[in-house]
Design a protein around this ligand. Structure first.
Ligand SMILES: O=C(O)CCC(=O)C(=O)O
Length: 308
C-alpha cells in the first residue's frame, strides 16, 4: 500500500476524534441542549411513558415543596422526608465496609482519587449492583423519585450509586472534586447524598456548594475544575453553603447547576458519604454498561428508572 493510501484512514480517524472532542465541549455548555433535544425527539414514546409513570407516584405537600426548592435553588435538605430505615440500612452496609477498610483498600479498582477509597467494588457483578442492594433501594424510594422527577418533569434515570470514604490530604495540592466544578454527566444531573459520619465543621470536609442562581456565571465555563481564587473573583463568599450536618442527614443537589466541591478533610478526620446520581434521559453520551442487575421482583417504575 502507498503512503498516501495509509495516510487517508489516519486523517479520517483524526477528524472524527476532533469532531467528538468539539461535541464533548459543546455538550458542556448550553449548546448541549441542542444535542439533548435532538436525542429526546427520537424517543418521544419513551419520554411519554416516563411522564405517565411519574404521575403514578404518590404526592405529598412536603415532597412538592422540596421539588420546588430543588428547581429554584438547586438543592434541598430531605433528611426529614426520606425513609430513615432505608438510610439506616445504607449506613449498616457502609459501616461493615469501613470495618474492613484495610482489606478493601488493598483490592481497590478505581485508584485515581487518592482521597477517595471506593468500598463497593466487591458488591458488583460485572460492574452491576443487585437491585435489592440497600444502596439501590434508598435511591429508588418514591420520595426521591418524585422530588427529582417533578424537577425533571419525568421519571428520572438512576445512573449510579456510590460509597466514598474521604481521608485527609494535607500538604498535597487540592485535586478533582476538592476543586470547584459542575457535573457534566448530562444536562440535568441530581445527586442524593447521605452523610454516614457526622460532618461537624469545615475540617470534616463538608460538601460545599453555591446555589444554582449564584452559580449561573459559571454555567458556560469550559474550564472544568477551579480554585477558590478563581471562583471568588466572580461570586461573593457569602453565597457559599457548607453542608455541616449530623450522620444520616440527606440532601439533594443539582450538581450540574450548583458549583460544588468537598472532601477537603483536615488532620485525623474521615468522611463517609453515600451518593446516588440521577439524570434526565436520554443520556447525551453513549450509555455505559449496565450498572444494575435485576434481583427479586421490580415494578415498572423501578425497571424504567434503572433501564432494566
Ligand atoms: O467529596 C465531595 O464532597 C464532593 C463530591 C462531588 O463533587 C460530587 O459528588 O460531584
Amino acid at each position: 500500500m502507498s503512503n498516501a493510501a495509509s495516510a487517508a484512514p489516519v486523517a479520517k480517524k483524526q477528524k472524527i476524534s476532533q469532531f467528538r472532542r468539539l461535541l464533548w465541549h459543546m455538550n458542556r455548555t448550553d449548546l448541549g441542549w441542542v444535542t439533548k433535544t435532538a436525542l429526546t425527539s427520537l424517543q418521544l414514546g419513551a419520554r411519554a411513558k416516563r411522564i405517565e409513570l411519574l404521575k403514578t407516584l404518590p404526592v405529598k405537600p412536603e415532597w412538592s415543596a422540596a421539588s420546588r426548592q430543588l428547581s429554584e435553588q438547586g438543592y434541598v435538605d430531605v433528611t426529614s422526608i426520606v425513609d430513615r430505615s432505608l438510610a439506616e440500612a445504607v449506613a449498616t452496609v457502609a459501616q461493615n465496609k469501613v470495618d474492613r477498610l484495610d482489606e478493601l483498600a488493598g483490592k481497590q479498582v478505581l485508584g485515581h482519587k487518592s482521597f477517595w477509597v471506593s468500598l463497593l467494588d466487591e458488591d458488583l457483578v460485572d460492574g452491576a449492583f443487585a437491585t435489592d442492594h440497600p444502596f439501590v433501594r434508598y435511591a429508588l424510594q418514591p420520595a426521591a423519585l418524585r422530588i427529582i422527577g417533578d424537577f425533571m418533569h419525568e421519571l428520572p434515570q438512576l445512573s449510579d450509586v456510590l460509597l466514598t470514604l474521604s481521608r485527609p490530604t494535607e500538604n498535597q495540592p487540592l485535586s478533582y472534586s476538592q476543586l470547584w466544578h459542575l457535573d457534566h454527566d448530562d444536562k440535568r444531573v441530581c445527586k442524593l447524598f447521605i452523610y454516614l459520619t457526622d460532618v461537624r465543621d469545615t475540617a470534616d470536609g463538608p460538601l460545599t456548594f453555591i446555589p444554582a442562581p449564584a452559580s449561573k456565571p459559571f454555567r458556560n465555563t469550559l474550564k472544568s475544575h477551579m480554585s477558590d481564587d478563581k471562583v471568588f473573583s466572580r461570586v461573593g463568599r457569602s453565597e457559599v453553603k457548607e453542608m455541616v450536618a449530623p450522620r444520616l442527614s440527606s440532601f439533594i443537589v443539582n450538581t450540574a447547576r450548583c458549583l460544588h466541591m468537598g472532601s477537603r478533610i483536615l488532620s485525623d478526620r474521615t468522611r463517609l458519604l453515600y451518593t446516588a446520581t440521577y439524570i434526565q434521559p436520554p443520556r447525551i453520551y453513549p450509555e455505559p454498561p449496565a450498572r444494575f442487575r435485576a434481583v427479586g421482583s421490580l415494578n415498572e417504575i423501578e425497571r424504567t428508572a434503572m433501564r432494566l
